[in-house]
Design a protein around this ligand. Structure first.
Ligand SMILES: Cc1cc2nc3c(=O)[nH]c(=O)nc-3n(C[C@H](O)[C@H](O)[C@H](O)COP(=O)(O)OP(=O)(O)OC[C@H]3O[C@@H](n4cnc5c(N)ncnc54)[C@H](O)[C@@H]3O)c2cc1C
Length: 404
């Protein structure tokens, strides 16, 4: 039996490292810091871990990216997730995170997209993802007969999939052995000159010279704890869960409309649906009020999920409204849609771990390992592709286009 969460009632007077934020990013940070020999304390203002953005996620995990940094990061994460019991030193039954590798399918009805999809796959092969397949309309319908005849091309990687990111976060926190303060808000990073000397919390002070900010959307903006401007913007994103319905194929992959961005995957006899539509940037919020028109949009709009998979029309016509569970959360976006991992610019001892731009569940296991390597000095920041300085340097800023 693995140790339970190491919850503590009161803040310690001092800590080696304070990790602020108990979502998957903070939990993975605490785990890798502990593994590297540190003794982190994890501070979360909510009453439970992983109850904010992480709880709103679709929990998809795909190596099918096209830029080298994301491919490397998420391949590493997928490998860690696949070996979770071994990595966490837990019995397999206790480290079950529901990793389901039914693949990720990007499909298009636009003949003009065929070349772009081919170019993506060629790039992925160059980057070592030899198992991404380019399929024409007929081949993809043979495999997934519920797709519309209008699909002209698709890319598929069978090893991609989804998991339970909340459970992964809780297990990371447990396996870290870190003392965990729940219901405790960090109010201020205390500094002397340009150095961190502690954190002021809603339940007392903790002296420390090292703080990791893993506060998700709450790292951004003038109210953020960093105390320096960061290139982060927040976008509202929705997730709709549908209760079990016989019309939803449970052996389907994560199915993404490469032309509109609408996507879905099976979930417990039903499905999870999402669609990153254009939204104005907004300040950090929790909870994030959802747009009540989202379910009708994703289910009934001709650009929604029924465009590629017409069975959704029947499901949408027959599913009772009570079987729909809508939540919203925020993507914490950076200008190049890659995370921000590494030291802050103006405060010695302050480390940033955020900005996953919508892929923090799949990125943070690897990102946490990188953060710990940076803090211990095993990896110099100059060799870190996710350093804050890249924006000023203008390097590595290529944004993944055409997909989520
Ligand atoms: C609709 C939606 C779908 C998504 N789908 C996917 C997906 O399929 N795959 C994927 O990889 N990612 C996905 N994401 C993104 C993913 O959910 C996030 O990248 C990830 O959860 C970010 O984790 P986090 O720990 O940084 O943030 P959070 O989970 O928000 O954790 C931050 C924590 O910090 C705490 N906190 C904030 N301020 C303080 C303070 N002052 N003191 C103490 N605690 C504080 C908060 O209470 C919170 O618990 C999705 C996101 C959304 C919204």
């Amino acid at each position: 039996m693995a140790a339970p969460l190491n919850r503590i009632a009161d803040p310690p007077r001092a800590a080696d490292v304070v990790v602020v934020g108990g979502g998957i990013v903070g939990a993975a940070s605490a785990f890798w810091l502990a593994r590297a020999g540190h003794r982190p304390v994890l501070v979360e203002r909510a009453a439970a871990l992983a109850s904010a953005t992480t709880a709103a996620s679709v929990h998809g995990v795909r190596a099918q990216w096209t830029d080298p940094e994301n491919v490397a990061m998420i391949r590493e994460s997928l490998d860690l997730f696949a070996r979770f019991p071994e990595v966490l030193y837990l019995p397999p039954a206790e480290a079950d995170i529901g990793l389901t590798r039914q693949g990720y399918l990007f499909a298009s009805t636009d003949p003009g997209q065929r070349d772009a999809l081919r170019a993506r796959v060629e790039r992925q092969h160059e980057l070592g993802l030899a198992d991404v397949a380019l399929l024409d309309g007929e081949a993809v319908r043979r495999r997934f007969p519920w797709l519309t005849r209008e699909v002209t091309a698709a890319t598929f990687r069978a090893g991609d999939g989804w998991l339970d990111g909340r459970r992964a976060a809780t297990l990371f926190a447990r396996a870290s052995g870190a003392p965990i303060l729940l219901g405790t808000e960090v109010l201020e990073i205390e500094r002397v000159g340009d150095r961190v000397v502690g954190v002021a919390t809603s339940r007392g002070r903790v002296a420390t010279d090292t703080v990791v900010l893993a506060t998700g959307p709450f790292t951004a903006g003038p109210t953020g704890l960093a105390g320096e401007p960061l290139p982060l913007t927040l976008l509202r994103r929705h997730r709709l869960i549908l209760a079990p319905h016989p019309g939803i194929p449970q052996d389907a992959p994560m199915t993404i409309d490469a032309d509109t961005g609408a996507h879905w995957r099976p979930h417990g006899g039903g499905a999870v649906l999402a669609w990153p539509l254009p939204e104005p940037a907004m300040p950090p919020a929790f909870p994030v009020p959802p747009d009540p028109s989202f379910p009708a949009l994703v289910l009934h709009d001709p650009r929604g999920v029924s465009r590629l998979a017409p069975f959704w029309r029947d499901v949408a016509a027959t599913i009772p409204a009570v079987d729909l569970d809508l939540v919203a959360g925020q993507y914490t976006m950076t200008p190049d849609h890659k995370p921000l991992i590494g030291p802050a610019a103006h405060t010695v001892g302050l480390w940033l771990h955020t900005g996953y731009s919508g892929h923090g569940v799949m990125g943070s296991p690897s990102g946490g390992r990188l953060l710990a390597d940076l803090i211990t000095g095993r990896v110099p920041d100059a060799a870190n592709p996710f350093r804050l300085g890249r924006f000023a340097e203008g390097v590595g800023l290529e944004v993944e286009r055409g997909v989520l």
